[in-house]
Design a protein around this ligand. Structure first.
Ligand SMILES: *Cc1c(COP(=O)(O)O)cnc(C)c1O
Length: 408
């Protein structure tokens, strides 16, 4: 997005034109940013084979998945429904990794049937597959017990975490592999979203290399994600170029010792799509109380829950008044409970009717939206090769009622 003559543009298209055409609230995705991020990853790593799998829980519109497929990435899925969506988007099953947590064997059976790469983080499930599908190649998700992640809810590698098989249980896993003849073709870790620096990532990767020595038939090592992108000016973020240099060297050294060239897998969600997204809302009211000036907008925690759920910071731009004098606001939603997007935020003066834009609205924004308060979910627009395209209709009252059965 750039500012020219007091107008914000994406790929040359003024945001206010998009608002006229599609109304608010509106999610907009700039495809060129996703492509840029994929290219950055490919450039940053110098290994025999890098395989990027997009964690589609971050942004699951089928058009985004199709583009990601075209640009050579695979898919990281966490549910059978994500697998179905990925297959519908055209991904070959071999390009889809399925990393479930606490799902039943019936769902695992469905995934096996579809031929995707499964990634198991539960010892009993390993045994189950060993007994029922002895020739299935599978990946094991380990928990390296590294404390990382921007928020308690998204930090998944620590000792109390429900994710992964503890590295302390590896002797038991090895015993099962030998006894049941399990085919382990990959090892995986994902220690949490928002790992701050290459150092933490590199420390965790040493643990994965150590475990990997004990499995002779590996084809890949999957380092998960947790790559952080900047959410504000001067924010800390993962230096992907630095990480690429450090991890590539370690990986290549490991492959030499191991005696075979493995593939290096990454499965970023946020890194690929956070910055491509822009969420446009309209200011309904400016309401002054004894302590605060509220800007109340036509959206809320039902459309963008990250600020309320994770205390996440999203930059807010006044698209209608870029040159306005800076003032201090609490930007809030229209939901009937406290849904604060931002407190004490300095924004160019906001008037009722002004269009505000939340940045970094590509990852975990629309995909976490709901119909709370019986509100419709927003429309989604893709800007691709200079053209804007509606990729999800705004909902209607029929959508809200369609699965309800009137029996009274
Ligand atoms: C959510 C998730 C990811 C993506 O994490 P980001 O922080 O969005 O990059 C990758 N792998 C697994 C297993 C996940 O659950």
């Amino acid at each position: 997005m750039n500012l020219e003559n007091d107008q914000y543009l994406i790929q040359g298209i003024p945001l206010l034109d998009l608002v006229k055409k599609y109304e608010t609230p509106l999610y907009i995705y700039d495809s060129s940013i996703i492509k840029r991020q994929i290219d950055r990853l490919n450039k940053a790593f110098d290994v025999p084979h890098l395989d990027v799998h997009f964690a589609c829980k971050a942004l699951n519109n089928i058009n985004i998945l199709k583009l990601v497929n075209q640009w050579g990435a695979g898919l990281d899925t966490v549910s059978i429904q994500e697998i179905w969506t990925g297959l519908k988007a055209g991904f070959d099953p071999s390009r889809i990794i399925y990393t479930p947590n606490c799902v039943g064997v019936d769902e695992i059976e469905m995934a096996l049937e579809l031929g995707v790469q499964i990634n198991i983080d539960h010892i009993e499930t390993l045994e189950y597959i060993g007994h029922h599908h002895p020739n299935t190649k599978m990946c094991i998700r380990i928990n390296p017990h590294v404390m990382a992640g921007g928020n308690e809810n998204i930090s998944v590698g620590h000792i109390d975490s429900k994710f992964g098989i503890s590295i302390y249980q590896m002797p038991l896993v090895e015993r099962l592999v030998k006894t049941l003849g399990l085919k382990i073709n990959g090892l995986h870790m994902h220690t949490g979203s928002d790992i701050l620096d290459a150092g933490v990532f590199s420390f965790a990767s040493d643990i994965l290399f150590d475990v990997a020595k004990k499995f002779p038939d590996l084809e890949f090592l999957d380092f998960g994600s947790g790559l952080k992108v900047p959410y504000k000016e001067d924010d800390v973020f993962t230096d992907i170029e630095e990480l690429g240099v450090i991890l590539s060297k370690k990986f290549n050294d490991f492959c030499k010792d191991y005696g075979r060239k493995l593939s290096l897998y990454l499965e970023p969600g946020k890194f690929l799509v956070s910055e491509c997204g822009f969420f446009l809302v309209k200011t309904n009211v400016i309401k002054q109380t004894p302590s605060t000036v509220f800007a109340g907008v036509d959206s809320g925690m039902n459309h963008l829950i990250r600020p309320m759920l994770y205390n996440a910071y999203h930059q807010i731009i006044n698209v209608s008044n870029p040159g306005g004098k800076p003032r201090v606001y609490n930007v809030v939603g229209y939901i009937c409970e406290t849904d604060t997007f931002a407190s004490n935020r300095v924004v160019p003066e906001i008037h009722a009717g002004d269009i505000l834009c939340f940045k970094n609205a590509g990852a975990y924004c629309f995909s976490m939206s709901s119909n709370y308060n019986s509100r419709f979910r927003p429309a989604e627009v893709l800007i691709h090769e200079g053209t804007d395209m509606l990729i999800r209709k705004r909902e209607t009252i029929d959508d809200l009622l369609k699965n309800q059965i009137e029996v009274i």
